[in-house]
Design a protein around this ligand. Structure first.
Ligand code: AMP
Length: 531
């Protein structure tokens, strides 16, 4: 029986976020290397860009690529493309040429907008794209390829007036995974997923942005929907600040100080590298009150270091497949009364799953594991902003389990649902039938006074199957020996967890989105003989 007299059926689409930023928050600010403007001025440019896209023949469902760093121009695409019902494919600028050509072809991008800064790269890649009809430059760069430019096209267009009320279940964005194994896989975001994600992101116990905030996403807009900030910040009227292509601590610190940033987001490495500038006083970060840090496990020592500068470092967990955020580490009611040391332990865990998303952990046989804080299992998640499949890909069914997404992350969960990722399933070191968390060892090693950067991988051992080896970048204050590293770790770990060897390197290889590249490290260590 259908009951009569129900709620209105309005669409949870990007258009409704846009209408709000255009009217209610029209005086909020966007600050970018190329220009500063109000949300009102931004909205006018977006509407003109919508006309430009239509004039280029882009229609509902068509894919438009962006090959760009963080800027207001890039944000304009985040709105103009979905507003006309098309799909923004954010291309990771740091992928290999082979991967970029593959994803542009796989997505069948019709038009690609590229940052002037990477014009030379586009000059090399464009002849290999098979579906791209038009290339549009976003500002000037080292090579002038003679393409139309986003700014001049916007200047010459009139604002679109007849925008559709796009179905919330239509696609608005497409992002490929960073592809550490095999070719990248596409994740197709719906309007509804991004809308609900923005809403949950802004709960007070989650990131809770407000109109008074100034948000700096250091995380690239091409990585996992820029961790959700392009829609979540305008949702509340928070100002947005973009720093351009340069991620160096000097630039990030300068932008934070000059623009009065209150919240910034990025991978742990960025914030680790900013610390010396904070310690020397070159960066004051007086306005900064929160950092959202994710993409990799956050070392406890980093959270503690930022406490010294009155910055609340909040660990975030998510994936390209989860739109992107599903968890933040925020202490709960029953953590009240803990000592600061105990609270640091809590904050160094991964956190509580977002309202709106379900999680469970499963053993290798697929059975669901109890939340007892001890047993380790793979996290599986389910909900309205979790991928149900990969885009145009029938080969990845093993990533889904009875309607749940298998994350590949192994965790323990406390009875209260607070969980801790112990490792990626493929990075756990399996030693003598037991596992060792490379993540925990790395986090602890980073607190050693002679260690600037650290990675731990398992190398094959005849006796134990695998044993942990530490890869260390020394911090200038001498080179740490294996013995000193083991002594340093010994109070916190069982003896059999301590690394069997250490390799000192100049730099730890990182992936295109700044994570430790264990695949490359394993290749580099192929000839290491354990002592
Ligand atoms: P990506 O899709 O490139 O964003 O990568 C997602 C993966 O990054 C996750 O499956 C985790 O392995 C890792 N990751 C992200 N955030 C965290 C975190 N807070 N702690 C541990 N691992 C994380």
């Amino acid at each position: 029986m259908t009951l009569k007299g129900l709620m209105q059926d309005s669409q949870l689409n990007i258009g409704s976020i846009f209408d709000r930023l255009r009217t209610i928050y029209s005086d909020s600010q966007i600050i970018s290397p190329e220009r500063r403007m109000s949300y009102g001025e931004f909205a006018e440019r977006v509407l003109r860009l919508a006309t430009v896209l239509r004039d280029l023949g882009v229609g509902p469902g068509d894919r438009v690529g962006s090959f760009a760093f963080n800027s207001a121009r890039h944000l304009e695409l985040y709105y103009a493309v979905p507003l006309i019902g098309a799909v923004l494919h954010t291309i990771n600028v740091r992928l290999s040429s082979e991967q970029i050509v593959y994803i542009v072809d796989h997505a069948e991008d019709a038009v690609v907008f590229y940052d002037g800064v990477v014009s030379e790269r586009i000059e090399e890649l464009a002849p290999q794209f098979s579906t791209v009809r038009r290339l549009i430059a976003m500002g000037e760069g080292p090579a002038d390829l003679g393409h139309d430019d986003q700014d001049s096209l916007i200047a010459g267009a009139s604002p679109a007036v007849d925008l559709p009320d796009v179905d919330e279940n239509a696609a608005c964005g497409l992002c490929y995974t960073s592809g550490t194994t095999g070719m990248p896989k596409g994740v197709l975001y719906s309007h509804r997923a991004q809308w609900l994600h923005a809403m949950s992101f802004n709960m007070a116990d989650h990131m809770g942005l407000t109109q008074m905030d100034r948000v700096l996403p250091v995380v690239p807009l091409f990585h996992a929907a820029g961790w959700g900030i392009p829609y979540a910040a305008p949702f509340t009227g928070a100002d947005l600040v973009f720093h351009g292509p340069d991620n160096s601590p000097g630039t990030v610190g300068k932008v934070i100080d000059e623009e009065g940033v209150t919240i910034a987001a990025g991978v742990p490495t960025v914030w680790k590298e900013l610390l010396p500038l904070l310690r020397s006083g070159d960066v004051k970060a007086a306005s900064l009150n929160r950092l959202m840090v994710g993409g990799a496990a956050v070392p406890r020592s980093l959270i503690e270091a930022y406490e010294g500068f009155d910055v609340d470092l909040i660990q975030a967990w998510g994936m390209t497949e989860t739109s992107p955020l599903v968890c933040l580490s925020r202490p709960r009611r029953h953590h009240r009364g803990l000592s600061n040391d105990e609270l640091l332990d809590v904050r160094a865990k991964t956190g509580t799953i977002f309202s709106g998303i379900e999680m469970r952990i499963c053993a290798s046989d697929g059975s669901v594991v109890e939340w007892d804080g001890k047993q380790v299992g793979e996290i599986e998640v389910r909900g309205p902003w979790i991928a149900a499949a990969y885009y145009e890909d029938e080969t990845s069914d093993d990533k889904f389990h009875d309607g749940w997404l298998r994350t590949g992350d192994m965790a323990t969960v406390e009875p209260d649902g607070y969980f801790k990722i112990v490792d990626r399933a493929k990075d756990l070191v399996k030693s003598g039938g037991e596992w060792i968390s490379s993540v925990d060892l790395e986090g602890a090693l980073l607190a050693h006074p002679q260690v600037r950067d650290a990675a731990v991988v398992g190398v094959p051992s005849k006796k134990w199957d695998e044993r942990p080896v530490a890869i260390i970048v020394a911090d200038g204050a001498g080179i740490p020996t294996l013995e000193s590293l083991r002594d340093f770790l010994a109070p916190s770990f069982p003896k059999w967890w301590l690394p069997d060897d250490v390799v000192i390197v100049e730099e730890i290889p990182k992936t295109s989105v700044g994570k430790i590249d264990k695949k490359t490290i394993r290749v580099q260590l192929a000839d290491v003989e354990l002592p």
